[in-house]
Every structure is written in structure tokens, then in C-alpha cells.
Design a protein around this ligand. Sequence first.
Ligand SMILES: CC(C)(COP(=O)(O)OP(=O)(O)OC[C@H]1O[C@@H](n2cnc3c(N)ncnc32)[C@H](O)[C@@H]1OP(=O)(O)O)[C@@H](O)C(=O)NCCC(=O)NCCS
Length: 147
Amino acid sequence: MTKPHLALVPMREDDVDVVTGIEQRAHPFPWTRGNFVDSLIAGHSAWVFEEDGEMVGYGVLMMTVGEAELLNITIVPECQRRGLGSGLLGFMFDAARAHGAARMVLEVRSGNASGLALYRRFGFVEIGRRRAYYRGREDAVVMACDL
Ligand SMILES: CC(C)(COP(=O)(O)OP(=O)(O)OC[C@H]1O[C@@H](n2cnc3c(N)ncnc32)[C@H](O)[C@@H]1OP(=O)(O)O)[C@@H](O)C(=O)NCCC(=O)NCCS
């Protein structure tokens, strides 16, 4: 079997309907279509992740001076647990470094086992918590990782 070709390509407004459909299936608190459009308008670093030319995920980074905030990282539910999330996060590290970031920060729901496990594997550590941030029930865990 040949190795699949993985690529990160800039997200375009044309992608947003498909991205929003995936988002609704993948997250209990999904971003809206408007959130993605606003990210593009704001000039965030927004990417579609392709496997052999098919969209299997996407990610959004907000770049500030010396730091990148990972605002969204998602793999299509049917494609999860095949190493794609790790591949996408690796690409996002490269994109952040290319912008001159020395650190990546993010927020994740305290009950998001897959997200927390992925981030810990990449060396993220908890640096704070926003108590009862999600619908007054779940904490947001703030994590950071040196690039
Ligand atoms: C988090 C997410 C991006 C991971 O993508 P993925 O393609 O499944 O990740 P990988 O296959 O690379 O898995 C990497 C590691 O993450 C952890 N992991 C992934 N899914 C997991 C799960 N359901 N339960 C526990 N750990 C999990 C494991 O440590 C895994 O390594 P392993 O398979 O060798 O045990 C994906 O689950 C997803 O899109 N979730 C919905 C959106 C989301 O929660 N995004 C993150 C917060 S914004």
C-alpha cells in the first residue's frame, strides 16, 4: 500500500460550508459558520488538512507576537484515531514556527479526553483553568507548549 499524501492548504471561504458541517458532527460546542468566516476575515492562519486530496480535518491558529493560539483543530469523526490529528498538529507547529512563534497556547474542555491526550503527547502542560467555562458546567483547561 502506498503512503497517503498529507497536505495543509489554506482555508478559503468556499471551504466554510463543508468545514461547518464537519464541525457540527465533531464538537459538542461547535463553531458557527460565522465564526469561521470571521476567522478568515480577521486573517487568522486557517488551514484545511487533506489526505490524498480529500478534506479530513482543519485547524485555525491566531498569531500574536511570538505566540500562536490554537483556536480549533478537528479531524472528521470517521477518520479519527488513525494518527491524522497528530499529523495535523505537527503541521500546525510548523506553521506557527514559520510565523516566528516560540510558544503555542490553547484551551480545551476538561472532559475532552481525546483532545487532552493528544495535547499531552505533544508536550502541552496545563497553565491555568477557566472554571465552569462551558455552559457553566465544564472547566476550560488552558495549556501551553514551547515550540
Ligand atoms: C482531538 C482530535 C483532533 C484527535 O485526532 P485523531 O486523528 O483521533 O488523533 P490521533 O489518531 O493522532 O491520536 C493521537 C493520540 O490522541 C489520543 N486520542 C485520540 N483519540 C482519543 C480518544 N477517543 N480517547 C483517548 N485518547 C485519544 C491518543 O493518545 C492518541 O494516540 P494513540 O492512538 O496512539 O493512543 C480528534 O479526536 C477530534 O477532532 N476531536 C473532535 C474535535 C476536538 O475535540 N478537537 C480538540 C479540541 S478543540
